[in-house]
Design a protein around this ligand. Structure first.
Ligand code: NAD
Length: 477
C-alpha cells in the first residue's frame, strides 16, 4: 500500500490543512493500491502564495543557474526512473515493459530536450534599437491527465523551470503516484523553495480553484475537451493565458503504394499501445476502398496477436485506467455494433479467461462510415475504426472531417506524395512513415487545443514578450 498524504509546498512536505483522503485503485486488480490526501481551497491558497513569493527571485536567475538545476533533476530522475515506471504500472495499468520503457523514456526525453533548448533559447534579441525580451509569465498552474502521466508532467514542469516561472502542479487523481515521486526528484535536485509546488486532489476543487485564481498567470491543461472548456471559462475573468492540450480522433492514412498488410498491422498494434489511451493515437485508419479486404485480414491478425493480461506479466496490453473508462469503452463498442460497423476483432466484455480488472479486448471495426459516432468521438480505449477512401482527395477530406486536429499519420512509399498529403491535413502533429522527434512541437488544431509543447516550442508557452524600444546599444570597445 502506498500512502502519499503530504503535499509539496514552499520546499517542504506538509500536511493538508483539512484531513481528507481518497483511495487509489489498481486497475488490474480492482483493489485499493494506496491513498492520497485531497487538497482543499486552503491548500490551494498556500501553494499559490508560495509560488507567487518565489517568483520574484526565480524569475531573475540566470540561464546558467537554471541549467544547473535542470542537470541536477536529470541526474535524480535517472536514479528514480524505474521506481516511477513501476508506479505508472500500478496507478494506470501500463504493462511493466511500457511503464519502465516508453513512459519513463518520454519523461527523460523531455528533460534532455529542455536542457538543450535552455542552452540556446533566445531570451533576448536585439533588432535595431529594439530589444525583444522573453520573460517568464509568472505563476503557472499545471493540470495533468493520467494516460501518459510522466510525459505530461515533464513536458510542463521542465520548460516552466527553464524559463524562470514558478508553479503549482495538480496531477490526476486516478494516477497520482508517479508525480509524487517526480516531486521527490525535484526536491532532491534542490529546486529552490516555492518554485515548484504540488497538490493532489480533484479537478472539481483544486483544478477549478487554480484556474480561477487571480494570482495564477497561466493554466496549462492536458485533458479532455470538456475540461479544457471549463478551465478556459474559469480563467477568463482574470485574463490569464490558457494552454490547452486536449483530445483527438486522428487519421492514419495508408497510401495505395504502401505495403498494406505491414502498415495496417503496424497501425493496429500501435492503436493498442497503452490500451488505446493515447491522445495522439491513430484511431481512424484510412485505407483505399479497393484494398479493404486486405486491410481487414491484416488488422484481424494483428489484433489477435495483442496479448492482454497482468501488467506485471509479459503482456502487450494491460487494463484501461478505471471502471468508468472500462464502461465508456464498452458503451462505444455497443454503439459501433448498433451503428452497423463491421466488428472484425474484439468486441464487448473482457478477454476470455480474465474475470477481474478493467481489461478490454483489442477491438477493430471495419467498413466504418466517418459519420458514425465511433469515427467522430474519442473512445480513449483499444478500439480502432477502419474507413475506406476512394482517392487521395477523399482520404484528405475524411481525415479533415473531424472536430479534432491533434495528430495524423501518413504512410507510403513515395515520400513526396506523403509530404503533399501531410501538408493538406488540418492537424498539429503528423508522423510520416513513423517519424518521431522530441524537438518537434506537439499540440493540436481545432478542438484539440491551442498549445504547443515539447522542446523549444514548449518554452514559448511560458514566456511573455516585452519590447524595449530605443534600447541603448552596448558601448563600443
Ligand atoms: P480529464 O479532462 O478528465 O482530466 C484532466 C485533468 O483535469 C485531471 O487532472 C482532472 O483532475 C482535471 N480536471 C477535471 N475537471 C476539472 C475542472 N473543472 N477544472 C480544472 N481541472 C479539472 O482528462 P483525463 O481523463 O485525465 O485524460 C484523458 C483526456 O486527455 C483525453 O481526452 C485525451 O485525449 C486528453 N489528452 C490530451 C493530450 C494532448 O497532449 N493533447 C495528452 C494526453 C491526454
Amino acid at each position: 500500500m502506498r500512502e502519499y498524504l503530504k503535499f509539496y509546498i514552499d520546499g517542504q512536505w506538509v500536511d493538508p490543512v483539512e484531513a481528507k483522503t481518497s483511495n487509489v485503485i489498481n486497475p488490474a486488480t480492482e483493489e485499493v493500491s494506496g491513498r492520497i490526501s485531497m487538497a482543499s481551497l486552503a491548500d490551494v491558497e498556500k501553494a499559490v502564495a508560495a509560488a507567487r513569493k518565489a517568483f520574484a527571485g526565480w524569475s531573475q536567475t540566470t540561464r546558467e543557474q537554471r541549467l544547473e538545476l535542470l542537470l541536477a533533476i536529470q541526474a535524480e530522475y535517472a536514479k528514480r526512473q524505474n521506481e516511477i515506471g513501476e508506479a505508472i504500472t500500478e496507478e494506470m495499468g501500463a504493462p511493466n515493459a511500457l511503464g519502465c520503457g516508453f513512459h519513463i523514456g518520454l519523461g527523460g526525453g523531455h528533460i534532455a530536450t529542455a536542457i538543450e533548448a535552455l542552452k540556446t533559447f533566445p531570451f533576448e534579441e536585439l533588432r535595431g534599437q529594439t530589444m525583444i525580451r522573453r520573460e517568464p509569465i509568472g505563476v503557472c498552474a499545471m493540470i495533468t491527465p493520467w494516460n501518459w502521466p510522466m510525459n505530461q508532467v515533464a513536458v510542463k514542469v521542465l520548460p516552466a523551470l527553464a524559463t524562470g516561472c514558478t508553479m503549482v502542479l495538480k496531477p490526476p487523481q486516478l494516477a497520482p503516484y508517479s508525480a509524487q515521486i517526480f516531486a521527490e526528484v525535484l526536491d532532491k535536485a534542490g529546486v529552490p523553495k516555492g518554485v515548484f509546488n504540488m497538490l493532489q486532489g480533484s479537478g472539481a476543487v483544486v483544478g477549478a480553484a487554480l484556474s480561477a485564481h487571480p494570482q495564477v498567470d497561466l493554466v496549462s491543461i492536458t485533458g479532455s475537451e470538456a475540461v479544457g472548456v471549463e478551465i478556459a471559462r474559469a480563467a477568463a475573468p482574470t485574463v490569464k493565458r490558457v494552454c490547452q492540450e486536449l483530445g483527438g480522433k486522428s487519421a492514419f492514412i495508408v497510401l495505395d503504394d504502401a505495403d498494406m498488410a505491414k502498415n495496417v498491422a503496424g497501425a493496429t498494434g500501435g492503436m493498442m499501445i497503452n490500451s488505446g489511451q493515447t491522445c495522439s493515437a491513430g484511431s481512424r485508419l484510412l485505407v483505399p476502398k479497393k484494398r479493404m479486404a486486405e486491410a481487414i485480414a491484416a488488422a484481424k491478425e494483428a489484433a489477435a496477436a495483442v496479448t492482454v493480461g497482468d501488467p506485471k506479466g509479459n503482456f502487450a496490453m494491460g487494463p484501461v485506467v478505471s471502471k468508468n473508462q472500462f464502461n465508456e469503452v464498452q458503451r462505444y463498442i455497443e454503439i459501433g455494433i448498433k451503428e452497423g460497423a463491421e466488428l472484425i476483432a474484439g468486441g464487448p466484455g473482457r478477454p476470455d479467461g480474465i474475470g477481474k480488472g478493467y481489461f478490454c479486448k483489442p477491438t477493430v471495426f471495419a467498413n466504418v462510415d466517418n459519420k458514425m459516432v465511433i469515427a467522430r468521438e474519442e473512445v480513449f480505449g483499444p478500439v480502432l475504426v477502419i474507413i475506406g477512401y476512394d482517392d487521395i482527395d477523399d482520404a484528405i477530406a475524411i481525415a479533415n472531417d473531424s472536430d479534432f486536429g491533434l495528430a495524423g499519420y501518413v504512410n507510403g512509399i513515395d515520400g513526396e506524395q506523403c509530404n503533399a498529403v501531410a501538408k493538406r491535413m488540418r492537424t498539429g502533429w503528423i508522423s510520416i512513415n513513423g517519424g518521431f522527434d522530441f524537438n518537434a512541437p506537439f499540440g493540436g488544431m481545432k478542438r484539440s487545443g491551442n498549445g504547443r509543447e515539447w522542446g523549444e516550442f514548449g518554452f514559448h508557452e511560458y514566456v511573455e514578450i516585452k519590447a524595449m524600444l530605443g534600447y541603448a546599444p552596448a558601448p563600443q570597445a
